[in-house]
Ligand binder design. Structure first.
Ligand code: ARG
Length: 474
């Protein structure tokens, strides 16, 4: 048995106070303490400690009585924390020392023995990975819910025509369903990135101890199994010092937020009366205190804004890591707030979007009118001429002249009489009107991944199958 940590209990001092001639400065104590925010790791800290204690007992490093006392103590602490009765103390610096101190008060020497073959360095790395793993699972569930909402709405609008844009200029007709499924695809890749990040994060640092490993005959694989890790971190220096899993998560989170921000931007545009393509349920909008006519799309606007803070957290975490020599440095304590805030922001944003999307109401007439006003079927007319034998470049030029004429008359291409259209090319016949309608245009875009309603319905079916598989795999 190693000697117990003598000073753990020493009044207002920390776990290492025996070596120090004076207590830590009050301001320094506040500056260095993390208990204000890392207490949210408590449940994971306890789970990690219990797995560690059981392994120590299994290896004969801890007695069965000590293990029992630790388990009893931890059950009490869990209860105290859950009921809000736990007395968190700044003096104990962080979540780990708070729990250990309370355990020692409850379990005596057994509590002091828990930290054998362990350091807060491998302890905190373990806690954060456990936390992140659980957070990713929650995030993925909400992300799937949002995907389902998008797919449902896409199915309802598989044939709803709207303008597709490039350069924010009307380009070609698309269907609203197709447009929505573009976001389904982005979120699908986001889900893949998060699952990937989870896989790499799901390795056990515990057993690395402070940095070099330990002289005790520990069984890291056993701890890994008990905590549901896929394996152990192979190198002790790496295990305690790198936070790349947090950076990776923040990167995946930032990309996800960028996707939601683009969607938000579109909702905001579509809601301006100038577009008038969609309405959001009133509960997702707010009024103006001065302009009575307004309905402000606050939810999408905030999501667009919150993308900024998540991107900021990614930059913060990268910068936090970049200058650190191996192994653990206190800098790493700064990983938590950005990580927690990123998780909170994602959970909130995904939850609200998953609820809001089913309420999106499309104004099909406004979408169609915008499609026609923008000469969106000009490419279709060019393709029509090509099918009748005209080289594409000539067709492009011919249609450009027709659009110019229509624009001069203030009408759509389909509103020009056949005789006038035929004046631009003798190849134009009665059948031209089928391709000039937005419905005809989208119906013809049957290439795989194209906007034809039939293709959109196939994509909906594929997405549903993928979502069901993802559900079953979890
Ligand atoms: N609160 C610390 C953190 O968040 C725990 C690890 C402290 N380790 C140490 N050697 N001071 O990183």
């Amino acid at each position: 048995m190693p000697p117990p940590e003598e000073n753990l209990h020493a009044g207002t001092q920390g776990a290492w106070s025996g070596r120090f001639a004076e207590p830590v400065d009050e301001r320094v104590k506040r500056y260095t303490a993390s208990v204000g925010f890392d207490r949210r790791l408590a449940a994971f800290d306890i789970a990690g400690s219990l797995a560690h204690a059981r392994m120590l007992a299994g290896a004969g490093i801890l007695s069965a009585e000590d293990l029992a006392a630790i388990e009893r103590g931890m059950a009490t602490i869990r209860e105290e924390i859950a009921s809000g009765r736990f007395a968190w103390s700044l003096d104990a610096e962080d979540v780990h020392l708070n729990i250990e101190r309370r355990l020692t008060a409850l379990a005596g020497d057994a509590g002091k023995r828990l930290h054998t073959a362990r350091s807060r360095n491998d302890q905190v790395a373990t806690d954060v990975r456990l936390y992140l793993r659980a957070a990713i699972d929650e995030i993925l569930a909400l992300l799937r819910a949002l995907q389902r909402a998008l797919v449902d709405l896409a199915e309802r609008h598989a044939g709803t025509v709207m303008p597709g844009f490039t350069h924010l200029q009307v380009a070609q007709p698309v269907t609203f369903g197709h447009h929505l499924l573009a976001y389904y695809e982005m979120l699908e890749r986001d889900a893949g990135r998060l699952a990937d990040c989870r896989r790499r994060a799901n390795r056990l640092p515990l057993g690395a101890a402070a940095l070099a490993g330990t002289s005790f005959p520990i069984d890291r694989e056993r701890v890994a199994r008990e905590l549901g890790f896929d394996g152990v971190c192979e190198n002790s220096l790496d295990a305690v010092s790198d936070r790349d899993f947090a950076i990776e998560f923040a990167a995946a989170a930032a990309i996800l937020m960028v996707h939601l921000s683009r969607f938000s931007e579109e909702l905001i545009l579509w809601m301006t009366p100038a577009f008038g393509f969609v309405r959001l349920p009133d509960r997702y909008t707010t009024g103006s205190s001065i302009m009575p006519q307004k309905k402000n799309p606050d939810v999408p606007e905030l999501a667009r804004g919150k993308a900024g803070r998540v991107i900021g957290h990614l930059m913060g975490l990268l910068t936090l890591m970049k200058g650190q020599p191996l192994a653990y440095n206190k800098d790493n304590q700064e990983d938590k707030e950005p990580l927690f805030d990123t998780v909170d922001t994602l959970l909130d944003t995904l939850a609200i979007f998953a609820e809001m999307v089913p309420g999106i109401e499309a104004d099909e007439r406004a979408m169609r009118a915008a499609t026609e006003a923008g000469y969106a079927t000009a490419t279709d007319l060019a393709d029509y001429l090509v099918r009748k034998g005209m080289p594409f470049r000539d067709a492009h030029e011919t249609v450009a002249r027709a659009v110019r004429a229509a624009e001069g008359l203030g009408v759509g291409l389909a509103e020009l009489p056949l005789a006038e259209l035929a004046a631009f090319s003798p190849l134009i016949g009665e059948d031209v009107f089928a391709v000039l309608s937005p419905e005809g245009s989208v119906a013809s875009r049957t290439s795989r991944g194209g906007t034809a309603p039939a293709e959109v319905r196939k994509a909906v079916a594929r997405a549903r199958a993928a979502l069901a598989a993802a559900e079953a795999g979890r």
